[in-house]
Write a protein that binds this ligand. Structure first.
Ligand code: ADP
Ligand code: MG
Length: 685
């Protein structure tokens, strides 16, 4: 149960004054659904204004506050702007310019002959000064001069800065006093303010100590929760598996395992022989051969008379895994079944029976395989594929429903830097596939200007004419999902005009049947060109697809581009990746794309990505979903996470039940950051 003192923070957004149904959508888009979300909606930056007595002191482009007296209204002809001509104390004039239907408000705010304080950006319009849509107009000089440093918040359509500022302000008025969870010595050394002071400070100005403290809170909550998962796991009873190798001996793979694959399998074999359940991460770049490792691990379970399950993030991938595994395991006599949310009626019943009576050895599927109704005779190992978004903790919890906890192998192709590995996977043991199967050819990667689109399409035409296949990736940006969908649909329509039936499309909004049908046509080779949003990022394997076009490549993170590119270069043919770039490319953007051309080492790209972003392009990364954090940015993660991790471990060593005063405070912290699954794992907690 959430501690009562957090209730005001978890109250619905609608409990704030002025939040009606009209604002619900724009607020939801920003993730602002509860009072605490507003308090934690931290400014991207601050506008610094200078108070001036007369306009001649200021320069063009400067943010100012100045006292003005309106003298005249001027409505331009047609749909032109409305202007209020206003005079400063020295007699200089400035045009306060309003577009659209703002003249009514403007006249009300700026009555002729009455002095007002105006804040905004000073521009030049012909020979006169101009301020377009002043940020603030007020007769309260003290109020205006108290706002010389104003927060700028991330917005969504339908929201204004003023509106959001008001709501954030209200939320901060609800802050309870929370017990301190940070070790006093550390807070003192870092000069960090207390929690209920830190939040208002972070909204007031560039207060580094306050921001760091808030980030640290989040990192500490995450570390604690992951350690709790780990501890809880250690105290559980697993099923020790001692495979005798008789099934693995019958595996007839068309290749020899790489050294890294053999080593990983041995590590897994060592883990699953233990009494405590395994909690291991298998980290290997796209194409490094994780599937073969997973199959070996699952066969160990089956050799020991137990069952194994493989959890895939999408139906497409579940299907593909079931196919691949069945082919690989054909000589072993092992029974592999596919179970997805779409299976209904008799087919589903018969799979459920097979899992219950043990005639099915390996079950592959989406999260449907862990639904309440699905019971296993003896599930001893769960493999989770492409576990690269956060939520690891919750997934692991899922596996802990069974009487005996299954061993867990999480696989990820995201070559995240070491600091982030710690953030996302906590204390999991890690096996790395750091060696690629032999014979892989480098992917010829080129950066091409978007203006050369027509040439690119011709190139795709020649490629297809040779019988090969290609991917066409359209960008997907969270904030404007619909626009992106529209862009992908439009590109699809255009390519279809050129290539006809040979083109298929998949994106997130399509019904699963439609998506699967398209994927299947592409995988069979009937369709030659697959237009997609980043849906294809994970897992899909079509060796005959040897060309990839990525539109607006600068919009993707390096790690993501790397993942996408990994879809080609899977067969023996030389593959090509064309990165189309827009013309407004930043310095960092340029550097990123150059790196893509230069290297194919996923781990190097991940480290560089972190470095490049740490160096300035932080804006927006907090919301990008690439880390499990909302408050902490990359720089803070790198700097503070190791500290938080050690601190969390120390706290757990001293007070494993979180029952001391500081332990109690830490429980509040876990609830505050919604890592309460951690608390629930506490023995007797
Ligand atoms: P990922 O790690 O991306 O899941 P896969 O398991 O899909 O990689 O393997 C990629 C491709 O490499 C597959 O076609 C697979 O058959 C092949 N492969 C895996 N291991 C080896 C190996 N040791 N030697 C040669 N090819 C391999
Ligand atoms: Mg894979």
């Amino acid at each position: 149960m959430r501690p009562d003192l957090l209730n005001p923070l978890f109250a619905e957004a609608s409990s704030l004054k002025g939040v009606g149904p009209g604002l619900a959508r724009p607020l939801e888009k920003l993730g602002l659904t509860r009072v605490k979300d507003f308090a934690y909606h931290l400014p991207d930056r601050f506008v610094l204004r200078r108070a001036i007595a007369n306009l001649d002191e200021a320069s063009v482009g400067e943010q100012i506050v100045v006292a003005l007296t309106p003298r005249d209204y001027r409505q331009s002809a047609g749909r032109g702007p409305f202007r209020v001509m206003a005079e400063d104390e020295s007699g200089s004039f400035v045009a306060l310019t309003y577009f659209g239907r703002a003249s009514y408000t403007a006249k009300k705010q700026l009555p002729l002959g009455e002095k007002r304080w105006v804040a905004g950006r000073l521009d030049q319009f012909g020979q006169t000064w101009q301020i377009v849509h002043p940020d603030h107009v007020s007769d309260d000089s003290a109020g205006m001069l108290g706002q010389l440093n104003e927060p700028v918040y991330p917005l969504s359509e339908g929201l204004t800065q003023g509106r959001l500022q008001g709501l954030v302000h209200q939320s901060l008025a609800h802050l309870p006093q929370l017990p301190e969870w940070i070790e006093p010595g550390l807070a003192q050394r870092m000069d960090w303010p207390a929690w209920h002071e830190a939040l208002p400070l972070a909204h007031k100005g560039e207060h580094k100590a306050a921001r760091d403290r808030l980030a640290y809170d989040e990192l500490l909550a995450n570390s604690l929760a992951l350690i709790l998962v780990r501890e809880s796991n250690r105290s559980r009873q697993g099923t020790p598996l001692h495979g005798d190798g008789h099934l693995r001996a019958k595996l007839n793979l068309p290749f020899d395992l790489t050294g890294a694959q053999k080593r990983s399998i041995a590590e897994i074999e060592g883990d699953v022989a233990q009494g405590a359940p395994m909690l291991r991460l298998l980290q290997g770049d796209v194409g490094s051969g994780k599937t073969a490792v997973a199959l070996n691990a699952m066969l160990i379970a089956v050799e020991s008379g137990a069952q194994a399950a493989l959890l895939a993030p999408t139906e497409i991938l579940a299907r593909q895994h079931a196919d691949t595994l069945s082919k690989m395991a054909v000589g072993t006599g092992v029974n592999i079944a596919l179970l997805t949310g779409r299976d209904k009626g008799r087919a589903r019943e018969s799979i459920l029976m097979g899992l219950l009576d043990g005639s099915i050895d390996i079950c592959v599927g989406t999260h449907a395989i862990f639904q309440e109704a699905v019971a296993y005779r003896n599930l001893a190992l769960v493999v989770i594929d492409e576990q690269h978004r956060f939520g690891v903790g919750q997934r692991l919890m899922l596996t802990q429903k069974a009487r005996r906890t299954p061993h867990c192998l999480a696989m990820t192709a995201t070559p995240i830097p070491r600091t982030l590995t710690l953030a996302q996977y906590g204390e999991m043991d890690v096996s790395r596939l750091d060696e690629m199967p032999p014979g892989r050819q480098a992917i010829d990667t080129r950066v091409v200007a978007q203006e050369r689109l027509a040439d690119v399409i011709e190139g795709v035409g020649r490629h297809i004419a040779k019988g090969a296949q290609a991917y066409w990736v359209c960008p997907m940006v969270r904030e404007q999902e619909n626009d992106d969908m529209a862009a992908a649909e439009a590109r699809f329509a255009a390519l279809k005009e050129r290539f006809g039936d040979m083109v298929v499309m998949v994106h997130g909004q399509l019904r699963p049947e439609v998506k699967d049908a398209a994927m299947e046509r592409f995988a069979r080779g009937d369709a030659k060109l697959l237009v997609a949003t980043t849906v294809i990022e994970v897992g899909v394997d079509v060796p005959n697809a040897t060309l990839m076009v990525i539109e607006q490549a600068e919009r993707f993170g390096l790690a993501q581009l790397h993942q996408l590119r990994g879809r080609v270069g899977r067969g023996s043919q030389q593959s090509t990746c064309l990165l189309l770039r827009g013309d407004a490319l930043s310095e960092t953007g340029r550097e990123r794309l150059a790196l893509m051309r230069e290297t194919q080492d996923g781990f190097r790209l991940a480290e560089e990505d972190l470095r490049l972003r740490g160096g300035g392009e932080l804006l927006g990364t907090r919301q990008s979903g690439e880390t499990p954090f909302k408050v902490a940015d990359f720089e803070q993660i790198a700097k503070l996470l190791p500290l938080a991790h050690d601190d969390a471990r120390l706290l757990m060593e001293r007070d494993g039940g979180l029952s001391s005063p500081r332990g109690q405070a830490a429980r509040v912290l876990l609830y505050l950051f919604e890592r309460d699954w951690g608390v629930q794992l506490l023995r007797g907690g």
